[in-house]
Design a protein. Structure first.
Length: 324
């Protein structure tokens, strides 16, 4: 009998639309001969399953079920592809834990930890991981221009601590840009991260575990046509993405080994993408870890899967089956 998979998308952040595109990608990747698939769209006001006939069915939050043609449907598995709250920060993971429904991502603690960029970086410093100098600023307290310059310096990045897709991110070069950049970031998150600028080669590296085996995918080199890898670079083609990255075998091996180590240190689950920047002297610096990475046909992970000679259908099956 076919298992029923709910691809859970949407969410309450600015990344809602990006998440829905990822859901379409995942829907196209999963083996429909093996599974019954439904996209489930979540917002603060409604949870709805998108039915094949174009209608929608309300989700009963008591057991995550819905009704189709008079019959109750209760998904056996949740593939979470929400970028932002509540699917990337542990909230939805806790809900599925309570209902005893297997899901695709890291658990509650790891999701919450990786969602807070500043907290993750401070935690991983204890394992000797190299990260940029940074500080956390709360919306209620703010910070002066002088403190930013003294503690972090210019240029720097000012970004929401809990957000993605480069929403609310500014590369700040002058003192006059600091406060407007903070206000822009505060629109996305109550906590804002001020992070030192690092000049180097930006990389993205996917990883997953299935059947007791860790698979580290080929690395993608990111060459933005803009000041940094912003929203337009990510989603409007203003970037060159090279997979595999133009790195020496030795550096490639070091990056992939670090990706695998981070996966294990954190106890990750499912598909994860780790972003780095390589600075002078081939120093590997962690930027962030994405536990619900973009999954459109042109996203990094599908690119890397293809470069590895694997098929997304097989990878999806491996990840789903590993959760049972």
């Amino acid at each position: 009998m076919k298992r029923t998979i709910a691809i859970v998308a949407g969410g309450d952040s600015s990344e809602h639309g990006v998440s829905m595109k990822s859901a379409e990608g995942i829907y196209s990747f999963i083996d429909k001969e093996k599974y019954n698939l439904y996209i489930v769209e979540l917002t603060k006001k409604s949870w709805e399953a998108l039915l094949p006939d174009g209608t929608r069915a309300a989700i009963d939050k008591n057991d995550f079920s819905f009704t189709e043609n008079g019959k109750k449907v209760k998904p056996d598995f949740a593939y979470i592809t929400i970028h932002g709250t509540p699917g990337e920060n542990g909230i939805l993971q806790g809900y599925f834990e309570l209902l005893d429904i297997p899901y695709s991502t890291c658990d509650v603690l790891v999701s919450a930890l990786t969602f807070s960029k500043f907290t993750l970086n401070q935690y991983l410093k204890g394992f000797g991981i190299r990260v940029a100098e940074s500080m956390l600023v709360n919306k209620r307290h703010g910070i002066s221009d002088e403190d930013v310059i003294e503690k972090i310096g210019l240029p720097c990045f000012i970004k929401p601590n809990a957000s993605g897709s480069s929403f609310g991110v500014t590369k700040v070069k002058t003192k006059e840009q600091i406060q407007p950049a903070l206000q822009k970031a505060f629109e996305e998150s109550d906590d804002v991260m001020v992070e030192a600028f690092m000049d180097g080669i930006e990389l993205a590296n996917g990883c997953y575990r299935a059947g007791g085996k860790t698979v580290v995918l080929p690395i993608t080199e990111v060459v933005s046509k803009n000041e940094f890898f912003d929203f337009n670079a990510k989603y409007n083609g203003e970037v060159t993405e090279i997979t595999p990255a133009r790195l020496s075998d030795e550096l490639t091996g070091r990056v992939q080994k670090l990706t695998s180590a981070l996966y294990d240190i954190l106890g990750c689950k499912g598909l994860v993408r780790v972003d780095y920047i390589i600075t002078e002297g081939e120093k590997i610096n962690l930027l962030e870890i994405n536990t619900t990475p973009g999954m459109t046909a042109t996203s990094f992970i599908p690119q890397q899967v293809r470069a590895a000679g694997l098929s997304m259908k097989d990878v999806m099956t491996d990840i789903i089956e590993d959760c049972f």
